[in-house]
Design a protein around this ligand. Structure first.
Ligand SMILES: [Fe+2]
Ligand SMILES: [Fe+2]
Length: 174
């Protein structure tokens, strides 16, 4: 879309491109966390990856999934919400551990593997369906809504802490 088009969002990234880019960044952060053997570095990487993962999941659950629910994606979304629950539980567990504890490294590895698997599922099944069924301008508007939601959470500070209260059950499909 040309940014001069009336109603267009200049320089906006569409929602699928934005979320896909975040998948690659999260995978790189989690890989660095798995590869790190230094306690201070592990803490810093867990904080950063945890904040970005929490923000990404929240934007999908609160903004992206509700917006694409009508596009015959319900089964995929329900499975995705269960995968989010598993990721949030792992992250909440990790926030309770210190990097020197025996279970820290294996839990990081499982988080990294599960995040990668979940991203593959979204990119193979959900995102192509959304691209087929939503027009470009709506996808771009949705990208801006995702971005605004995420910026609000980052501005509020320490978004990773929010997952501690979200480990009982999967978020509802709204
Ligand atoms: Fe997701
Ligand atoms: Fe995602």
């Amino acid at each position: 879309m040309n940014s001069d088009t009336p109603g267009a969002i200049p320089h906006g990234e569409d929602a699928v491109s934005l979320l896909t880019g975040q998948h690659r960044r999260l995978e790189a952060l989690l890989k660095a966390l798995v590869d790190s053997e230094d306690g201070g570095e592990r803490n810093a990487l867990l904080s950063q990856a945890g904040d970005e993962l929490a923000v990404h999941i929240s934007a999908e659950e609160q903004v992206f999934y509700p917006a694409v629910r009508a596009l015959r994606t319900e089964d995929i979304l329900l499975e995705s919400l269960e995968e989010h629950l598993s990721l949030k539980r792992l992250l909440a567990d990790l926030l309770e551990l210190s990097p020197g504890e025996e279970t820290f490294a294996p839990k990081c590895k499982v988080l990294e593997e599960q995040a990668r698997h979940h991203h593959e599922e979204e990119e193979e099944h959900l995102f192509p369906a959304v691209r087929r069924r939503m027009d470009a301008s709506d996808l771009q508007r949705l990208g801006r809504a995702v971005h605004e939601h995420e910026a609000g959470l980052q501005a509020a500070g320490r978004p990773r802490e929010d997952v501690r209260n979200q480990t009982d059950a999967a978020a509802p499909l709204t």
